[in-house]
Design a protein around this ligand. Structure first.
Ligand SMILES: [Cu+2]
Length: 304
């Protein structure tokens, strides 16, 4: 997994959010210190004791009206307009989008569809750099929220409703995202990666994904172990949509929605006991013998 160490915005939308964040931060720091300063002045002034000086009460009223009403109103209204000005940059501009990807939130992974090419994959969204891509989201169960901070704001993922957000990466990279709405025990392990790559590389990836999974003898182990009761592999006899699609699993970077890095060792750990790694997730421990696990690992890693 490359380039995850930095949090620098990688799109115009994310830059607009970062700019607004700085404005809000600086204003709130200033307000905080002014309030603390006034508090101190109030405390120290009363030290002398005795009756408050009535002759200054007109000045005091004026001060309260300005510092307590006019200044806060100006601050709040300015911040309101700064926020409104940011909206166009972060909101879906469906008509500008040159591509649409459908993402379905599931407990606890992401189904990803490139419908025009009949591609289904999981937990990884490939996009071309410099192309605005409309990400249409919905949920199959409870409310989730898709958030890739380096690309855009959060978008709620609601059952029975389709919402969208635009990802328009201005540089290549791997941008981590996360479910941002509590959705059950494994909410914390519901991550995803957005992989932005130059158009030619993206096209090559897309063409490859659209092909059926490479045929191999491993498929019979996969079917024989009951995996195909929950997982689709293009070209296999059964096409269950219950779990993530595994057609080109060998090319993916993670296992279990960002829980493990995809290496043969970690894949074996996952198949051996997914409940130890991601407790409560919907793939049961199947208690398979070790040679069968190794055969499945070889098969799945060969699916490129
Ligand atoms: Cu969630």
């Amino acid at each position: 997994m490359r380039d995850q160490s930095t949090l620098k915005p990688a799109s115009h939308a994310a830059q607009a959010i970062a700019d607004l964040w700085w404005i809000l931060f600086v204003v709130s720091v200033i307000v905080f210190f002014v309030v603390v300063a006034l508090l101190l002045v109030g405390v120290l002034r009363r030290r002398g004791g005795g009756e408050p000086d009535r002759s200054t009460s007109r000045g005091a009223t004026k001060f309260v009206a300005i510092a307590g009403v006019v200044v806060p109103a100006v601050v709040v209204i300015s911040l309101f307009f700064a926020s409104v000005a940011t909206l166009p940059a972060v909101s879906p501009a469906g008509k500008n989008a040159r591509m649409t990807i459908d993402v379905v939130g599931r407990q606890w992974f992401w189904d990803v569809y490139y419908r025009s090419r009949s591609i289904r994959t999981s937990n990884e969204i490939h996009i071309p750099v410099g192309v605005p891509v409309e990400i249409r989201v919905t949920s199959d169960d409870v409310i989730h929220s898709l958030w890739v901070p380096r690309l855009n704001r959060k978008i709620d993922v609601i059952p029975g409703q389709t919402s969208s957000v635009v990802f328009d990466a201005n540089k290549a990279g791997v941008f981590r995202g996360q479910c941002a709405e509590f959705c059950g025990v494994e909410h914390g392990n519901m991550a995803l990666l957005v992989i932005a790559e130059p158009q030619t590389r993206f096209d090559r990836w897309l063409t490859n994904e659209a092909k059926p999974a490479p045929a191999s003898a491993g498929l019979s182990a996969f079917v024989g172990s009951g995996c195909s009761g929950c997982h689709a592999i293009s070209g296999a006899p059964q096409q269950s949509r219950f779990g993530p699609d595994l057609s080109h699993f060998g090319l993916r970077q993670t296992i279990g929605a960002g829980t493990l890095t995809n290496t043969p060792e970690q894949l074996a750990d996952w198949i051996r006991d997914p409940q130890r790694i991601k407790p409560g997730n919907k793939m049961p421990k199947l208690g398979l013998p070790e040679p069968e696990i190794q055969a499945l690992v070889r098969y799945l890693e060969s699916l490129q």
